[in-house]
Design a protein around this ligand. Structure first.
Ligand code: DSN
Length: 417
């Protein structure tokens, strides 16, 4: 970054500070990861200079000799990694990708169905404050209060009653395996298009550590920067020509202008990495680590929504610990353990001050940490939360932060200097 440092030392210093922060922190945010140096390099290239509205072979600007090859390669790699017939790597991120699904398969005012945000869905699955909740008629399913899991009988009853045009499955705080086949059977029964939003679990699907929606969902959306370990971006996938054509039209010209070619190249690199045996091992280790962390926390009296995890993510209800999610997340952050506060199903507190925290293992696994480190992290979380609930956490936070720094020094994060 020598040029940046001389042109804009302020920004260069801030980037270095963020790099140090990322290196020194145990990053437990379930939706984040560390991309490889190769992905970072592809992101910071001259590809950002080029406009490419349209698709390979059919653009509205000249000079696409190279960009067409890059986008075609990204599409081909997505198709190979996920076993689909069509891929579109142009959506700017997850929300625009999901909006394209609405644009492709629904009209404003149509009934659509998705998981409610407080139960683990995403804003774009029809939540009230999102355009998808304002411009469509959303019906929401949740989880059972006694199990913390989706009840497909309830989903089916709602679908039969409301006959949605579009059903979303997937979400942002679902610790359990998504039954794509079950959702597909409901969607078929009511004549709905089934969209699987696999943003959180795409890397696990690619690595064979979570069942694939392919063959069940009509269309699939994902971000590329979570478990898939690519740049911030998104993809849409489909198996039929008809769905693929509708999605392509919705992305461009429906919603977007020129694709971000530097991101497209970095997605291609990430997909190349995701096709390796090492990535399969990574995906399975993410799940093994989450299970170890869940067991440790459960053994220490934490209340895990649904009782545990099948994937990379754990949702903790801190009510029995006598502390809110926000103060807990803030104290953990000061101890070097980065999480986010999160609503839990049937939360009695407000979204900006909810009862839970959400944690995940994609980032720590990318650093090479294993089950032993997960047990240590669970112990630190318990120490901080317990001290906080007793109102005397500062000494514990300081000690844990020192110990966290010793651990992070042993496990360098990919992509960082
Ligand atoms: N913000 C993402 C997450 O953290 O899960 C979802 O969009």
């Amino acid at each position: 970054m020598s040029t940046l440092a001389s042109v804009d030392p302020q920004i260069a210093d801030l980037i270095k500070a963020e790099e140090r922060r990322q290196a020194d922190t145990v990053k437990l945010i379930a939706s984040e990861n560390y991309v490889s140096k190769a992905v970072l390099e592809a992101t910071g290239t001259v590809l950002t200079n080029k406009y490419s509205e349209g698709y390979p072979g059919k653009r509205y600007y000249e000079g696409q000799q190279v960009i067409d090859q890059i986008e075609t390669l990204a599409n081909e790699r997505a198709k190979a990694v996920f076993g689909v017939n069509h891929a579109n790597v142009q959506p700017y991120s997850g929300s625009p990708a999901n909006l394209a699904i609405y644009m492709a398969f629904a009209q404003p005012g149509d009934t659509v169905m998705g998981m409610g945000l407080p139960f683990g869905g995403h804003l774009t699955h029809g939540w009230s404050v999102s355009a998808t909740g304002k411009w469509f008629n959303p019906v929401r399913y949740g989880v059972r209060q006694d199990t913390g899991r989706i009840d497909l009988d309830e989903v089916r009853e709602l679908a039969l009653e409301h006959r949605p045009k579009l059903i979303f499955c997937g979400g942002t705080a679902i610790p359990r395996t998504i039954d794509f086949e079950g959702f597909a059977s409901i969607a078929r029964e009511v004549g709905a298009v089934l969209a699987a939003d696999i943003a959180h679990i795409a890397g696990l699907v690619a690595g064979g550590a979570h069942p694939s929606p392919v063959g069940h969902a009509d269309v699939i959306s994902t971000t590329t920067h979570k478990t898939l370990r690519g740049p911030r971006g998104a993809m849409l996938m489909a198996t039929t020509d008809e769905h693929a054509t509708a999605l392509n039209k919705a992305v461009f010209p429906g919603l977007q202008g020129g694709p971000h070619n530097h991101t497209t190249a970095a997605i291609a690199v990430a997909l190349h990495e995701a096709s390796t045996e090492a990535f399969r091992t990574y995906a399975h280790q993410v799940v093994a680590n989450a299970k170890a962390l869940a067991e440790e926390l459960s053994g220490r009296g934490f209340d895990l929504v649904s009782g545990g995890t099948d994937n990379h993510l754990i949702l903790l209800d801190l009510t029995p610990k006598g502390i809110g999610g926000k103060p807990a997340a803030q104290a953990l952050d000061r101890a070097g353990l980065e999480t986010n506060y999160n609503t839990v199903p049937f939360d009695t507190r407000k979204p900006f001050d909810p009862s839970g925290i959400r944690i995940g293992t994609p980032s720590v696994t990318s650093r090479g940490m294993g089950e032993a480190e997960m047990r240590q992290i669970g112990a630190w979380m318990d120490e901080v939360v317990t001290a906080l609930s007793k109102g005397d956490a500062e000494a514990v936070i300081a000690r844990v932060h020192n110990e966290v720094s010793e651990l992070t020094a042993q496990f360098p994060a990919p992509g960082l200097s």
